[in-house]
Design a protein around this ligand. Sequence first.
Ligand code: ATP
Length: 135
Amino acid sequence: MKTIKVNVVTPDGPVHESDVEMVIAKAESGELGILAGHIPMVAPLKIGAVHLKNGSDSEYIAVNGGILEVRPDQVTVLAQSAELAEEIDYDRALRAKERAEQRLHAQKSEHVDFRRAELALQRAMNRISIVEKKY
Ligand code: ATP
């Protein structure tokens, strides 16, 4: 099967580069499956997993939103943060989830930025699900 080059880049630098048969990503508009030769497009991504498939092998990258740019021979993911499954610190993600939940349960008078806490919770839950392989 033809392959497509995939690059995942964050403000801290490149996170991953490989040639894969298929890239599956969660765009704001729904799930996208990209094969070599895909028409060029740009799509905003949700906080979620980018799934890289090669035959029966799969690799998962936790991405914090960002942009997916598709060209016929290359997919680029530009995200605020991204970690390969094996780079995720599970305990850190559990602590982040707990902090975010406490903030979300706080009273309005406690000046919590609920949107910020909600996004932190989504990032933590995404990392946890990737480590636990529950996509
Ligand atoms: P935390 O509250 O634990 O910092 P966060 O969701 O606010 O989590 P981000 O702002 O998304 O963190 O990321 C900041 C940096 O820390 C990025 O480089 C990101 O890759 C890294 N990072 C965050 N959480 C983890 C984790 N659980 N395992 C590995 N790297 C992480």
